[in-house]
Design a protein around this ligand. Sequence first.
Ligand code: PGA
Length: 244
Amino acid sequence: MLVANWKMNLPSEGVREWCDRVAAVTSDVLFGVAPPFLYLQACGSRDSIFVAAQNCSEHAEGAFTGETSASMLAAFGASMVIVGHSERRTLYGESPDVIGEKITRAIESGLRPLLCVGESEEVRLAGGTAKLIGDQLRAALQGRRIEGLVIAYEPVWAIGTGRNATPEVVSETHEAIRTMLVESGNEAAPILYGGSVTPANATQLADVNEVAGFLVGGASLFSDRFIAIGESLRRGGAGQAQKG
Ligand code: PGA
């Protein structure tokens, strides 16, 4: 699985052109795109790319100016929603409880939650990565076995910095996440890696055990780079049945 997170950006080649180019690729990799909300429909008209929302409200409906509900996103073509991205956690102060509520709204609306977890550099240096990720998973999953759940391991220090996590770090962390997922009955959830993935490092990262794909920000804004990352996943073998 390869998911483009455009954040609050658009591909300079144009939204439709980007989607047409990615949709034209024949591959066993499942391609998804998370555009700004206004572009969900423009991206959603192709069978071979699924569409994810970058966020949803923690409420089902009501007087919440500026918010968009999970059910509205589903009605506009989204089949997945990113929850708990570190930019939402840090820039918008989303608490573990709010993230848990967003997952509830996603489930109610039939959206697959793509839950992001990951540590800051400070936490990693202090040896607290596994505990923090365990806390993030527990707060978000709340003991639930969630159909269609996808996890993205995104170390905060690797997002948008050009400093991707090494294959060793990815391997160790994904294995720890896998153990926690098995314990919570979510063993079927694929684990993506995200954080400065580019065509140059994707092959090496795709070879890591327990990497089922990538969540890509910056490099996803160019269809050629995104497609090249998809090629690496194919070569790396991720996307095989055991990796979800
Ligand atoms: P990046 O972003 O690929 O630009 O590091 C990844 C993400 O935030 O999902």
